[in-house]
Design a protein around this ligand. Sequence first.
Ligand SMILES: [Zn+2]
Length: 265
Amino acid sequence: MAKDVFQIQSPVGAFQLTAGTRVANWNGVKFHLGFAPVITNGVPFVHSLDVDKNLAPLSQVNRPVPRGRGVIVLDPGHGGADNGTKSVLGNFFEKDYALDWARRLKPLLEARGWRVLLTRDGNRPVELGERVLIAQREQADLFISLHFNSAAPGAMGLETFCLTPAGMPSTLLRGPEENNVFLPNNAQDFANQHLAMRVHRSLLQTAGMADRGVRRARFMAVLKTQQRPAILIEGGYITDRNEAKLIASPEYRQKLALGVAKALE
Ligand SMILES: [Zn+2]
């Protein structure tokens, strides 16, 4: 082990952290810290916000998912004139793959005892605020937004997002950002991280994707005002030729659905 790598043991597993980088590892699965740890005179230091908001929830990874009324709102990204990302393979669009993923996931969750609602079940435009209102109206216990990713060629793999805790820098930014803000969904910080990691791990196991880690963002409108645990999954890059081929196959999209469902048993 390199001298800048250190471990923290918990009753349910091990964190592997590296001085100077925000990418960390929990039982073999990646997540992103708010602050890079440092080693001073041989002693590792981890920021207290990372201890509270990242390490503490994950060390309770075996606790059950909050089920409450047993209602999940699934949110297939985009719709209508908003196609989302276009596949590198041709005229295939994120909005259609996301809807298919949600439709496959719904019966799998229902078989596991959840009531499931979709923010759209067709190619209609839905405002971001309306997606949040649907979850509010249904008093949903969980909100899961389904997307596929875009980037310059080369990027591939699974990313799962939840809201950045107050005081912490985000993993993904869309411009300058104030860190010291408490947004409504920050009341769910603990459950958000727990849910994100649980779903992320299950997807890696079921679909065998490259791991780009659980990440934090503050700009995502479907997450930040939610009054329930809420995550956004980027189920692979349709701008990567190999991953786009996988995503184009119904068998693979069924694996993506099964990966989420298994996390919520
Ligand atoms: Zn999207």
